[in-house]
Design a binder for this molecule. Structure first.
Ligand SMILES: NC(=O)c1ccc[n+]([C@@H]2O[C@H](COP(=O)([O-])OP(=O)(O)OC[C@H]3O[C@@H](n4cnc5c(N)ncnc54)[C@H](OP(=O)(O)O)[C@@H]3O)[C@@H](O)[C@H]2O)c1
Length: 342
C-alpha cells in the first residue's frame, strides 16, 4: 500500500512511519523539515500541511496513487481545511483526534463514541474544540472513509510531552519525591507503538468511524505506574527516590497546580471521571495494550539515551515535600529517642 503520513518526524508520527515501513508499505512522509528529516526508505514530501497551496503543490504528483492518509499533524483547524481540500478523493483517511474532542471532557466520563463533541462555536483555539471541528471538516470532505482516532494520553519512547518522563526523571534524580497519597486512582493510557501499529493495520483493513483509542478502564493505577518508574530506574543501577505522601488538602493549601506540577494528577472530583472512557470499540477492534511496565521501562531507556532535559521540580512541590520529609524525620527521631530512653 502507499500510505501518506502527515507528520513524520515527531512522537506519534515517527512511530507510524516506522510501523508502516516495517509492514512493507510505501511511505510518503509529509513534514516541513523543522524537526529533521524522515528516515531512509520513505519519500519525503516537504510541505506545510496548514497551507493549502503548499500541501496541494507538494502532494500533486502522488495524489492519485495514495491508498490511505494517516494524519498525525492536525494541530489547527486550518490544517484540517487544507487536508480536506487536498485529500478529498483518497480511499481512506485516518485522522488522529483526541479524547478532548468530547464536550464533556474533562471531567468526563465518556460513555462511548456517540457522546457529544465540542461545538463549532466553542473556542477553536483550544485543542478539544479544534479536534472536534477538524473531524467535522474532514468528514464533510471524505465522508464515511474517515477513521477518527480519538486518542487518550499517549506514552512511550520519543515522548517529549514531559509527563511520564517527568516522573521518571524525578524518581531517578531526587532523594525524596512528593507524590499524591491517593495513588489507587485507575488511569488508562496507550503506548505510542501500539497506537501506531494499530493505525497502520486500520489503514490496511479500511477501518472507519470514530474510535476511542486508549487503554481499557482500570488498566493500571497511578501508583502502579509510579512503581513501574521506580523499577525501571532500579534496573539501570540507580537508587530510586523514596515517595513522600502529599495529601489533597496539603497540595491545595500549598498552591500545587494539578497536572502541570504533578503530571497525571488531577483534583479528586475530576480524577475519578476523567479516566473513565468507554473503549469497547477499541477492544473489539483489537487495539493492543502492552503492560504499563514495558512502556515505562522503554521510555526510561529512551529518555536516558536522548538525554532528555527536565526543568527543576516546581518550588511549591519541592517546598511541600521538604516540609513533609522534615516532619517525618523529626517524628522518627523522637520515636527513636523514646525507645532509647525506655
Ligand atoms: N501526545 C498525546 O498524548 C496525544 C493525545 C491525544 C491526541 N494526540 C494527537 O496525536 C497527534 C500526534 O501528536 P504528537 O505530539 O505525537 O505529534 P508529532 O508526531 O510529534 O507531530 C509532529 C510532526 O508533524 C510535523 N508537522 C507539525 N506541523 C506541521 C505542519 N504545519 N506542516 C507539516 N508538518 C507538520 C512535524 O514536522 P515539522 O515540524 O518538521 O514540520 C513532525 O514531524 C496529534 O494530532 C495530537 O493532537 C496526542
Amino acid at each position: 500500500m502507499r500510505i501518506a503520513v502527515l507528520g513524520a518526524t515527531g512522537f506519534l508520527s515517527s512511530a507510524v512511519v516506522d510501523a508502516a515501513l516495517a509492514a512493507g508499505h510505501d511511505v510518503i512522509a509529509v513534514s516541513r523539515g523543522n524537526q529533521g528529516e524522515p528516515p531512509p526508505g520513505t519519500t519525503w514530501v516537504r510541505a506545510d500541511r496548514d497551507d493549502v497551496a503548499s500541501l496541494s503543490g507538494a502532494m500533486a504528483p502522488f495524489l492519485d496513487t495514495i491508498d490511505s492518509v494517516i494524519d498525525c499533524s492536525g494541530f489547527t483547524v486550518e490544517g484540517a481545511i487544507a487536508a480536506a481540500a487536498v485529500f478529498k478523493k483518497v480511499p481512506h483517511y485516518v485522522y488522529v483526534s483526541s479524547i478532548s474532542a468530547y464536550r464533556n471532557w474533562p471531567p468526563g466520563p465518556i460513555q462511548g463514541e456517540d457522546d457529544e463533541l465540542a461545538h463549532p462555536d466553542d473556542d477553536l483555539t483550544h485543542a478539544g474544540p479544534m479536534k472536534a471541528q477538524s473531524e467535522r471538516i474532514l468528514r464533510a470532505a471524505v465522508g464515511k472513509r474517515l477513521l477518527a482516532v480519538r486518542a487518550g494520553i499517549i506514552i512511550g519512547p520519543g515522548d517529549d510531552t514531559h509527563r511520564l518522563t517527568t516522573w521518571l526523571h524525578r524518581i531517578a534524580t531526587e532523594r525524596w519525591v512528593g507524590v499524591p497519597a491517593a495513588r489507587s486512582q485507575p488511569i488508562a493510557v496507550i503506548d505510542v507503538r501500539d497506537l501506531a501499529s494499530w493505525m497502520v493495520t486500520a489503514a490496511e483493513e479500511l477501518v472507519i468511524g470514530p474510535l476511542n483509542a486508549t487503554g481499557p478502564e482500570g488498566m493500571c493505577t497511578f501508583g502502579e505506574m509510579l512503581e513501574a518508574c521506580a523499577d525501571a530506574v532500579r534496573s539501570t543501577g540507580r537508587e530510586p527516590a523514596t515517595f513522600v505522601n502529599l495529601h489533597d488538602a496539603e497540595m491545595r493549601a500549598a498552591g500545587v497546580k494539578p497536572w502541570s506540577d504533578l503530571p497525571f494528577v488531577l483534583p479528586g472530583d475530576v480524577a475519578h471521571t476523567v479516566w473513565q472512557v468507554d473503549t469497547t470499540r477499541a477492544r473489539e477492534l483489537a487495539v493492543p495494550v502492552r503492560p504499563i511496565a514495558d512502556s515505562v521501562a522503554d521510555t526510561w531507556a529512551w529518555q536516558i539515551k536522548a538525554n532528555l532535559r527536565h526543568p527543576p521540580v516546581p518550588r511549591v512541590v519541592q517546598d511541600l515535600t521538604t516540609r513533609k520529609v522534615a516532619e517525618k524525620l523529626a517524628k522518627e527521631a523522637a520515636a527513636a529517642e523514646e525507645t532509647a530512653n525506655v
